[in-house]
Design a protein. Structure first.
Length: 363
């Protein structure tokens, strides 16, 4: 039997299902992972077209037409795929035109890994809603009594001997600590929509970097990998600064002493869209911001719950930082995901573009 060509060998070695289709949608190549995914052999797949594997309502056909005319890759999340002989599954796909063979498109299917990340990103809003009610109760039922306790301790302190004042000081300090915790939780219960407008994501990251370098990240090396052509992001600058400050601070604390590195990256991902639950609307989220460190990463048993409130890897952590990050990004119409495929912790944030924002010419 004739050995396969190099490009076919590479495609066959990939763990993700991969198809190659011509301009008319006829499938020309399918790797073993695709055969397993669709439950049919390559010879059968080669007798089918893109429309044969796209159930009713799937956007695959329109995406394929776009890809045959596009100059870059197109990604979409939550796409239905399957043949009459296989189970219909919800997956993420990326379609990349083959420059050397105009009209031909490579279709890469991400069956579980990426899809599950995106599903978890959407469940973060449910976790945030759970904390919202709790925060409102705590603000009313806890902060008022705490004020009384602190006032009583201060009155007692005035009439005590020096040795006994240590105990009242301890009461006051602990009350202050609880109040600070409740104040952080109150951020979840604020129902008012934040004011959002076009802002420069690179100015946001530069502000975060300067604050880190002058404080908690003094010993950490910062690496910038920015796309200067990015359009304005639709967001609240102060809230975005707080989001990235939290992620960078976590990265600095996790980085190895004396050898810590934080990489700040931005990119424009053409065609990245997300389905809005309960509707047919799909939101464009082309702006990608990545915060990566060279620490040990998040333990595997915590990854599914890292954005839930009160989950923390730090002995003294409250577990509200990442929960608030997820809520803020969700309020901006974006998503956040954790990428465990590389070294250290890698967080990717996808955000919408301001309506008036246009991508700048790199030249």
């Amino acid at each position: 039997m004739k050995p396969p060509k190099l490009h076919e060998a590479v495609v066959n070695a990939l763990a993700d299902p991969v198809l190659v289709a011509d301009r008319d949608g006829r499938i020309m190549l399918a790797n073993p992972a695709a055969e397993e995914f669709f439950g049919v052999g390559q010879s059968m797949l080669r007798r089918q077209t893109i429309s044969d594997i796209a159930p009713f309502g799937s956007p695959l056909l329109s995406l394929f037409r776009q890809a045959t005319e596009a100059l870059g890759a197109i990604s979409e999340y939550g796409v239905l795929l399957g043949t009459p002989k296989s189970e219909v599954k919800t997956v993420n796909i990326q379609l990349s035109p083959i420059v050397e063979q105009p009209g031909s498109v490579v279709i890469q299917i991400e069956e579980r890994t990426m899809a599950s990340k995106m599903d978890r990103s959407l469940t973060h809003r449910g976790a945030a809603r759970a904390v919202t009610g709790m925060a409102a109760v705590l603000a009313h039922e806890v902060k008022n009594p705490l004020s009384g306790i602190r006032g009583a301790a201060q009155l007692l302190e005035a009439g005590l001997e020096e040795d006994d004042r240590e105990l009242t000081g301890l009461i006051i300090d602990e009350v202050q600590r609880i109040v600070a915790l409740v104040d952080r939780m109150e951020a979840f219960s604020d129902p008012r929509p934040s004011e959002r407008k076009g802002c420069n994501i690179h100015q946001v990251l530069e502000r975060v970097k300067k604050v880190a370098e002058s404080g908690f990240g003094k010993s950490v090396r910062f690496i910038e990998n920015y796309d200067p052509s990015l359009p304005m992001v639709l967001g609240n600058q102060d809230q975005l600064i707080q989001v990235f400050m939290n992620l960078v601070k976590n990265g600095c604390e996790a980085a190895p002493d004396g050898k810590g590195e934080i990489t700040l990256s931005t990119a424009y991902r053409h065609g990245v869209r997300l389905a809005v639950p309960g509707s047919a609307e799909r939101v464009e989220l082309p702006l990608e911001v990545t915060i990566a460190d060279n620490g040990p990463g998040v333990p595997e048993d915590l990854r599914q719950h890292m954005f839930d409130p009160f989950v923390s890897t730090k002995p003294s952590g409250t577990g509200l930082g990442l929960a608030l990050v997820a809520k803020t990004i969700n309020d901006h119409g974006g998503i956040i995901e954790y990428d465990a495929s590389g070294r250290g912790a890698v967080f990717r944030i996808y955000l919408p573009v301001a309506k008036s924002g246009k991508r700048k010419d790199k030249s």
